[in-house]
Design a protein around this ligand. Structure first.
Ligand SMILES: [Zn+2]
Length: 261
């Protein structure tokens, strides 16, 4: 399994694209979130990924930096469908809220074209907290991240022992469930020093995210949804994480590819 990192930024990042990625498994692909704009189109191109080969997507929640890029994914899919390049349906997984939002955006922006296209080519599949679904030939378990403002789902991939915990701190009720996990994917907004410079603290600084990973003895920690003010953020954030965490730390840059094995 490979993770093609399309974006690593938090909601207001300007130098990096918003956090989203493509999971590749046995020649099949799933997009996780789409960022907040048409940067998704460029990121897919730069990552050498063809949307017509990506048949699955998952949207974690309805914030701008995760859902609005789907306007472009729908538009591109429409062109692929009309030109005959999209052979398979495109299945979007998410909460009812997310699916309603993506449908509404697509209907508004595609106008009269939306009807047949959305009904026949785009399949919307609602997922709920605790639901297990086989996608890409592996077992995904979706879970509520207990975000404070709007509902958000993360997921656990059983075969890889990997949890993607969305863009909020890992809720304590998962500490036991994810104890000794192989891959823990967490948000970490910025360094402790930067946090004092005025970031909202709904998100954890890197150090706190790494302390959680140490606490539950995660073997590998992937940190994203980060600030992008500092050109050497990956090195700085890795250092800060390693100061409190003894496992492997990955602070990816946009377009990195992470080999999960
Ligand atoms: Zn976000």
């Amino acid at each position: 399994m490979k993770i093609h990192v399309l974006g690593t930024g938090h909601a207001l990042a300007l130098n990096n694209y918003n956090t989203c990625f493509v999971i590749e498994e046995q020649g099949k692909y799933m997009l996780v979130d789409a960022g907040g704009g048409n940067g998704i189109v460029k990121r897919l191109q730069l990552a050498n990924l063809k949307l017509e080969e990506i048949d699955y997507a998952f949207c974690t929640h309805n914030h701008t930096d995760h859902v609005l890029g789907f306007a472009w994914i729908m538009r591109m899919n429409f062109h692929l469908y009309k030109s005959g390049k999209r052979k398979n349906p495109f299945t979007v997984y998410g909460s009812k809220d997310c699916l309603d939002a993506i449908k509404t955006i697509a209907k508004i922006t595609l106008g009269d074209y939306a009807a047949g296209f959305l009904d026949n080519i785009i399949l919307f599949k609602e997922v709920k907290n605790g639901e297990k679904i086989n996608i890409l030939g592996v077992n995904f378990e979706f879970f509520d991240t207990f975000a404070v403002d709007i509902p958000q789902l993360g997921f656990y991939i059983q075969e890889k022992d990997l949890a993607f915990c969305g863009d909020v701190p890992l809720n304590e009720r998962y500490f036991e469930k994810f104890k000794n996990i192989n891959y823990l994917c967490l948000e970490g907004l910025c360094s402790v020093t930067e946090l004092k410079g005025g970031f909202r603290n709904k998100h954890f600084p890197i150090k706190n995210a790494a302390e959680v990973a140490e606490n539950i003895r995660a073997k590998n920690l992937i940190i994203w949804h980060t600030a992008d003010r500092l050109p050497n953020r990956a090195e700085l954030y890795t250092q800060e994480a390693k100061s409190v965490y003894s496992g492997n730390v990955f602070v990816p840059n946009d377009l990195d590819v992470i080999d999960i094995g």
